[in-house]
Design a protein around this ligand. Structure first.
Ligand SMILES: Nc1ncnc2c1ncn2[C@@H]1O[C@H](COP(=O)(O)OP(=O)(O)OP(=O)(O)O)[C@@H](O)[C@H]1O
Ligand SMILES: [Mg+2]
Length: 270
């Protein structure tokens, strides 16, 4: 694996029983690269991202991640390997899974202290820096239930970052949020990306993908149909399947714009 490549998937295939989830997925992720995975529901995006940190085993192909090689069909990759990967790969998925009985600060410092044996002082200092980045320094002593959904999700991002992961995985981190809270979470992720973090994120937010991602991977019909530079894939997709998908997901905004234009002209919509 080249020094610069931190994740390399080669011909990965995953089934649940007889159900094919994805096949022959090949993908390289370089250090500091932001990769957005897009595509219709059921394409296998979430399952793929879970395979990357060893949460879900796969049948065929190989996955090289941070110097480890996991081979498809291996029943259980060695525990030590999985543990090493999990301490180096941070994850934020759509539910807020903060510990309800711990304050924001305690949620963030727990893993660094327990797993990485960081001193409490250092963990607290780092947590304050992270909370500052996501605009939540003044919430450190609150319990999760007193925070809005967007605030909880930003704390979840801090908690993952507190482990100083080399790679961050996001699976639709905003999909459970009210629309008005989406922006603040995306802004926090964008800031991380600008600081050079390596990220793989599954998102349905195409505008966000365009702004934050270097590379876009379009998954559909259980495979990677197209991948390339973010702008190229999103604005000028080569495959008909991606063209269809993007037309469908982008249409609502276009229609809204058209309606606005009609209204601005004082006309009846339709
Ligand atoms: N634990 C499981 N057991 C059996 N089948 C599963 C399991 N998890 C996912 N699947 C199936 O695998 C396929 C891909 O699911 P996955 O969640 O990866 O899709 P996705 O692309 O993330 O979709 P969405 O955009 O809706 O989140 C689906 O057909 C799903 O039903
Ligand atoms: Mg999913």
């Amino acid at each position: 694996m080249s020094n610069n490549i931190v994740v390399s998937a080669k011909g990965m295939t995953k089934r649940f029983g007889k159900t094919l989830v994805f096949e022959d997925v090949t993908l390289n992720v370089h250090k500091s690269e932001v990769v957005a995975i897009i595509g219709p529901s059921g394409a296998g995006k979430s399952t793929f991202i879970r395979c990357i940190n060893g949460l879900v085993p796969f049948e065929h192909g190989t996955l090289e991640i941070l110097g480890h090689t996991i081979t498809g069909g291996q029943k259980h990759p060695p525990r030590a390997v999985l543990q090493n990967i999990r301490t180096r790969v941070g994850m934020v998925f759509q539910g807020f899974n903060l510990f309800p009985h711990l304050t924001v600060m305690e949620n963030i410092i727990l893993a660094p202290m327990e797993v990485k044996k960081v001193s409490r002082d250092d963990a607290v200092r780092r947590a304050q820096e992270l909370l500052d980045i996501v605009g939540l320094v003044n919430k450190a002593d609150m319990y999760p239930k007193r925070l809005s959904g967007g605030e909880q999700q930003r704390v979840a991002i801090c908690r993952a970052l507190a482990m100083e992961p080399e790679i961050m995985l996001f699976d639709e981190p905003t999909s459970a949020l009210d629309p008005e809270l989406v922006g603040e979470v995306l802004a926090a992720i964008k800031r991380l990306a600008r600081q050079g973090g390596t990220m793989i994120l599954v998102t349905h937010e195409m505008q966000f993908a365009k702004e934050v991602a270097d590379t876009v991977v379009f998954m559909a019909d259980h495979r990677v149909v197209e991948s390339g530079a973010a702008r190229q894939v999103l604005e000028n997709p080569k495959s008909e399947r991606a063209q269809q998908f993007l037309q469908r997901v982008l249409r609502p905004t276009e229609t809204a714009d058209e309606m606005d234009a009609v209204e601005a002209q004082g006309g009846d919509a339709l």
